[in-house]
Design a protein around this ligand. Structure first.
Ligand SMILES: NC(=O)c1ccc[n+]([C@@H]2O[C@H](COP(=O)([O-])OP(=O)(O)OC[C@H]3O[C@@H](n4cnc5c(N)ncnc54)[C@H](OP(=O)(O)O)[C@@H]3O)[C@@H](O)[C@H]2O)c1
Length: 273
């Protein structure tokens, strides 16, 4: 069952709120990476996935659910979120706006009694020479690639700090891209925005480490989600076959449950056609 938060009492606990029902693991009993009896490595952990309707976000959400996480899913289209068929709280939000992040975090906290993890898998891409990039495209790329995950981090920080205090080993997993490591001609603004996100992740990881919050920067190579066929500007060049979304999601969720802090492009191996 999907719980749609739009138009509902934000203070009402959602059905299936595991903390409210007392099925949340005891403090410190389910660190990410350890198996909970009858649960999974994330049993009872409240995790927010931004961009859950996307090719990567949807596969990550499925794997987090299988690992026992209690999910809050965001995307711009409710239809896309409901099509996943996951038992989750859903939040329809455009994360370019100032309020989207706070709304999503509030839905997770009120619906599931707290927040133990955030996965940022939202994004858009643009192609073409930098000289052709309009202000509109520049703004959208930086809004969704940089401003949105920073706002989401900021909105989630109090709840993640509380989670850390309870020994639940909270995490933030942000999907950057291989272009942060290898800035690419014809994708200069996308590359710059992803590099900014990776720089943020690296710095903030050190900032919150001592508070018990883990930040994971993820830089996947080209993946066959169809993203490249939906650019907000320009047209993708001929690209070699990319990685499978399932394989990339497997690796990302393994890094989340395994306690990793950095997932470079090389960690995904070679693409299989
Ligand atoms: N695919 C690749 O080759 C690749 C490689 C490296 C990194 N990445 C990164 O991985 C992430 C996921 O990419 P993907 O391939 O899964 O793309 P995708 O299938 O197009 O999914 C993109 C997701 O972002 C959401 N989104 C876009 N703009 C948004 C906005 N303004 N507000 C809220 N949500 C928004 C979309 O939601 P709606 O559709 O519901 O609007 C969708 O859920 C992106 O950050 C991308 O840059 C992708």
């Amino acid at each position: 069952m999907t719980t749609d938060t739009t138009g509902t009492d934000p203070n009402a606990p959602a059905e299936g709120s595991t903390r409210a029902e007392g099925s949340t693991p005891a403090e410190g009993s389910t660190p990410a990476g350890d198996s909970a009896p009858g649960g999974g490595p994330l049993a009872g952990h409240s995790v927010l996935v931004a961009g859950a309707s996307g090719g990567l976000g949807s596969e990550i959400a499925r794997r987090l659910a299988a690992a026992g996480a209690v999910l809050t899913l965001t995307g711009r289209s409710r239809g896309g979120l409901e099509a996943l068929g996951l038992d989750a709280t859903t939040v329809e939000a455009d994360l370019r706006g100032a309020d989207g992040a706070a709304t999503a975090v509030q839905a997770a906290v009120t619906g599931h009694g707290g927040l133990d993890g955030v996965v940022f898998a939202a994004g858009v891409v643009a192609f073409g020479p930098a000289g052709d990039v309009t202000d509109e495209v520049l703004r959208e790329l930086f809004d969704i690639t940089v401003f949105a995950p920073v706002r989401l981090f900021r909105a989630a920080l109090p709840a993640l700090t509380e989670s850390a205090g309870a020994g639940r080993q909270p995490f933030v997993a942000n999907i950057s891209a291989v272009t942060a490591e290898a800035p690419t001609a014809g994708m200069a603004v996308y590359s710059a925005a992803k590099a900014a996100l990776t720089a943020f992740d690296n710095a903030v990881s050190r900032e919150v480490r001592s508070a018990g919050i883990r930040v994971l920067d993820i830089r996947p190579p080209h993946t066959e989600t169809g993203l490249a066929s939906r650019p907000i500007a320009g047209r993708a060049p001929r690209l070699p076959a990319g990685h499978s979304p399932c394989a990339v999601a497997d690796r990302i969720v393994a890094a989340i449950t395994g306690g990793d802090r950095d997932l470079p492009a090389t960690a995904f191996g070679s693409a299989r056609a």
